[in-house]
Design a protein around this ligand. Structure first.
Ligand code: NAP
Length: 258
């Protein structure tokens, strides 16, 4: 069983998928973990399984929900060592055909809430001289993604912001990491309407939420800037980095059209 350099954590999007798998790893080793999501019943079930779980049900797209989580991140009486900004969702389809309000919510959650909570985390951790921030991005952040345009753009923001914050925090005792998973079987596919991916992409392309969660927690503990779980995705990100931008864009368009 892994041991972590954090004794307390806060994980957003903890009611399913990657976030829930992170809570299982953290709370399973006795790390006091604050769990955040809208579905309070799911969070209560987690709290029944682990004594170290504290429930904070909140909708991060509302001012009230975001303020409650921000206040918990900033608490000096009950300090949080690790903040994981994991809550997020995608929208798939042609940009002009998608619901504009839904896209707005996606930006509010994937970018707005993540930025606010990253700010709260670093403003609290830097004076303390220690702490860990893990922002969940995606391999989609490294390239254009037709029919997932807003989602990929929000994740490009997350990777860019997190890489900059990693450098700002260098040498301070605070570690900032972007976790960039590839295809991972979770509720993401039903929420983002990408269930056809399960048959479209081969089995070996799929990661489990447990693999992704373990990789992200291991890499933030090591102070890495980017965490890309799975050999196939490490290779893909490497190749994308050296592929001419126009070619990568055309390939992404062809894959989505297929
Ligand atoms: N699965 C993939 O293939 C994949 C690949 C790359 C990156 N990612 C990223 O990984 C992260 C986790 O996604 P997942 O795959 O684990 O999907 P998931 O199973 O759908 O989990 C998403 C989590 O976000 C929470 N959430 C959604 N809207 C929220 C809101 N307004 N306020 C608070 N919490 C909210 C959900 O809980 P409630 O519904 O209870 O609020 C849920 O716990 C996301 O940032 C996603 O973009 C996923």
């Amino acid at each position: 069983m892994a041991t972590f350099p954090f004794s307390s954590a806060l994980v957003t999007g903890a009611s399913s998928g990657i976030g829930e798998a992170m809570v299982e790893l953290l709370a399973g080793t006795g790390v006091h973990t604050v769990v955040v999501a809208r579905r309070g019943d799911r969070l209560e079930t987690l709290a029944e399984r682990f004594s170290a779980v504290e429930v904070l049900a909140a909708d991060l797209t509302t001012a009230e929900g975001l303020a409650a989580v921000e206040a918990r991140v900033c608490s000096t009486e009950r300090p949080i060592d690790l903040v994981v900004n994991n809550a997020g969702f995608g929208t798939s389809g042609l940009f002009h055909e998608l619901d504009a309000d839904r896209l707005q919510q996606e930006i509010q959650l994937n970018i707005g809430a993540l930025t606010r909570l990253s700010h709260a985390a670093l403003a609290t951790m830097l004076p303390r001289g220690r702490g860990y921030l893990l922002n969940v991005s995606s391999v989609a952040s490294f390239q254009s993604a037709p029919k997932l345009a807003v989602y990929a753009a929000t994740k490009a923001y997350v990777t860019s912001l997190t890489e900059s914050l990693h450098e700002e925090a260098r040498g301070t005792g605070v570690h900032v990491t972007a976790l960039c998973p590839g295809l991972t079987r979770t509720e993401f596919q039903s929420v983002s309407n990408t269930e056809e991916y399960t048959t479209q992409y081969p089995k070996f392309a799929w990661l489990t939420s447990q693999e992704v969660a373990a990789g992200g927690l291991r890499d933030v503990a090591k102070g890495k800037c980017l965490s890309v779980p799975g050999a196939i995705y490490k290779g893909l990100v490497g190749v994308t980095g050296v592929t001419p931008r126009g070619m990568a864009r055309r390939l992404a368009g062809l894959v989505q059209r297929g």
